[in-house]
Design a binder for this molecule. Structure first.
Ligand code: ZN
Length: 140
């Protein structure tokens, strides 16, 4: 089962917790055992799993800005001034992630959340969420 998750971001650089939306897609797909694949269809976004704590979110954003600053003489800036967003997405994040599912529930740790990272917003973004049954646990 494949679902599209539409996200409207509100800031240039924003981290959005999408855990609840992914869990709802798993329930909608009636997936009991298997895994869910989340995939972002963009070149200036990324995904990660970590704690959604406001201080940590600020720390992550600050460190990404420090590691890959805006306007540092990138060639791509001649086209649309967002080279830093593409480079942060490429070097620091991934367009996809996978979470195991058991008894219909995402198997995340206590503090783990699925975080979508907007690096060049605000924009409308599309993510794919694919619920994949595991062959060792056939669906009834
Ligand atoms: Zn660009």
């Amino acid at each position: 089962m494949l679902y599209t998750l539409e996200i409207k971001t509100n800031e240039r650089f924003e981290i959005v917790d999408i855990t609840d939306e992914v869990q709802k897609a798993v329930w909608r797909a009636k997936l009991r055992h298997g895994m869910v694949v989340v995939f972002s269809k963009h070149t200036t976004t990324g995904l990660l799993i970590n704690e959604n704590e406001s201080g940590l979110i600020d720390d992550l954003k600050s460190k990404m800005k420090e590691l890959i600053p805006k306007g540092a003489g990138y060639k791509h800036d001649r086209i649309d001034s967002n080279a830093h967003s593409h480079i942060r997405a490429s070097l620091l994040l991934n367009p996809e992630l996978v979470v195991p599912v058991d008894q219909g529930e995402l198997q995340l740790g206590t503090w783990q959340r699925i975080l979508f990272v907007e690096l060049d917003g605000p924009r409308y973004r599309k993510l794919l969420v694919m619920a994949c049954p595991c062959p060792e646990f056939p669906e009834e």
